[in-house]
Design a protein around this ligand. Structure first.
Ligand code: ADE
Length: 239
């Protein structure tokens, strides 16, 4: 998969693209990601990317021309790339949307900043406007990172442990739409001096079923914990 990120703040992606699993996948050439500074497509002498809104109102609006030029330049070589615009006004991005995006060979993310983006740029070149939740971020960069992580981890060979993506929260394959059961690792009992306050023994110990080696009992426990969590935290998923 090839991804282009159009942004006024390219430096925000420096460590994101180097770290951990994504960094390794890029190094192994499983994913190619190019950060494209929108300023390169703005007009001299001031190289402005924003201007005041028509009709008045607070804040500034991102100008259409640099965006349209940048996308036209990318589309010369990648005519079939899908343009994604993260925005709080978009359709909600979820696991299903991630599975739809993962089949695209090429994606272009347009990161908005300021109070918004000139609607003409959106109407002329955006294929999908998506929101990562009902809150407003300062711009589209963090949302773009979230969508890239959710999508690229589904690509073959990106996660080392192939099974983990099918047992996690929101996996479509095994538990349908249940939240994931809690996870534990060593030691099987936390020493009392490290656990906060007067934590009872049961809070310091790993549930015994997980130490039993009985995989059918473990699966049963995980399903019932996942169901209990879903009922308590996300009853909407059970409808
Ligand atoms: N940009 C600002 N807020 C956003 C959100 N909630 N989702 C996607 N993009 C955004």
């Amino acid at each position: 998969m090839r991804i282009f990120i159009l942004t006024c703040l390219p430096e925000m992606f420096d460590s994101f693209l180097k770290a951990s699993i994504l960094g390794k996948a890029i190094e192994a050439n499983k994913i190619q990601i190019e950060v494209v500074p929108l300023r390169d497509f703005s007009d001299p002498p001031h190289y402005r990317l924003d201007d005041t809104p028509y009709g008045g109102g607070p804040g500034m609006v991102m100008k259409a021309e640099p965006i349209l030029r940048a996308i036209a330049s990318l589309k010369k070589h990648s005519p079939n790339a899908r343009v994604i615009f993260p925005s709080p006004s978009g359709e909600v991005f979820n696991q299903k949307k991630a599975t739809e995006l993962k089949v695209a060979n090429e994606l272009i993310f347009l990161c908005g900043r300021y109070e918004g983006v000139d609607q003409r740029a959106i109407d002329l070149c955006v294929d999908a406007e998506v929101s990562i939740g009902d809150y407003v971020l300062m711009g589209g960069e963090v949302a773009t990172m979230a969508i890239i992580e959710a999508t690229t981890r589904l690509l073959p060979g990106v996660l080392g442990n192939k099974d983990s993506s099918i047992t996690e929260s929101f996996s479509e394959t095994t538990h349908g739409r249940l939240l994931e059961a809690p996870q534990y690792t060593k030691p099987s009992e936390l020493p009392s001096d490290i656990a906060h306050g007067s934590a009872s023994e049961s809070l310091r110990k790993v549930p015994t079923v997980l130490l039993s080696g009985d995989h059918s009992a473990i699966n049963k426990w995980r399903n019932s914990e996942g169901l209990a969590r879903t009922k308590a935290r996300r009853p909407d998923l059970l409808k």
